[in-house]
Design a protein around this ligand. Structure first.
Ligand code: GRF
Length: 194
């Protein structure tokens, strides 16, 4: 399956996908896309000789229009948002209906929405006093974190003393869940694009 991965930060989820599929030809990452040309995830793209494209923040609408053509020409079947912070244009979303998935570091629909990313999510979970958190993979629509949920994995955070400890526990789960869901999509166990 032909994939693209969208990133904004350190890229550990991108790395988990590369590591998981390292020894087989089930997926091919055709392009890495970022809205942050200085992000660490681009080092991973370079190390793995994967082409990348940076969306210009001032002209993001144009960037998304360009990407629609590029990804269609490359026959990309699945778009994975792995720590990508920018909201996609509605035109982009409607061109790839049910073909864009996102990983969110909490159990949606709780702790989602605008501004709920990175450590903000884990701070909110910590303040809530919840004893369980986890990771969610969902389809992407025009708003933050509201698309249909595909998979969730829970983790016990009752012993966590800080939001950072929760983040570390959830990240371990993310690195298992995201490649597994992609693998299930490739195997047809999860249906996309309909
Ligand atoms: C992850 O926690 C992901 O769920 C969230 O942002 C973080 C990105 O981490 N959306 P990384 O860039 O994959 O290391």
């Amino acid at each position: 399956m032909r994939l693209t991965v969208f990133v904004s930060g350190r890229g550990s989820n991108l790395k988990s996908i590369l590591d998981y599929f390292n020894l087989n030809n089930k997926v091919e990452i055709k392009l890495i896309v970022t809205d942050n040309s200085l992000c660490k995830a681009l080092d991973i793209a370079k190390q793995n000789n994967i082409p990348f494209y940076c969306i210009d923040k001032k002209n993001s609408e144009q960037g998304f229009e360009y990407l629609i053509e590029l990804l269609k020409n490359e026959k990309v079947e699945l778009i994975v948002l792995a720590g990508f912070l920018k909201l996609l244009s509605s035109s982009f979303v409607s061109n790839f209906k049910q073909r864009i998935i996102n990983i969110h570091p909490a159990l949606l629909p709780a702790f989602g929405g605008e501004g709920m990313y990175g450590i903000n999510v884990h701070k909110a979970v910590f303040q809530s006093g919840d004893k369980i958190s986890g990771a969610t993979i969902h389809f992407v629509d025009e708003t933050y974190d509201t698309g249909n949920i595909i998979a969730q994995e829970k983790v016990d955070i009752s012993e966590c003393k800080t939001p950072e400890e929760i983040a570390a526990k959830v990240l371990t789960i993310e690195h298992q869940l995201l490649p597994k869901v992609i693998n299930d999509i490739v195997d047809g166990k999860i249906v996309i694009g309909n």
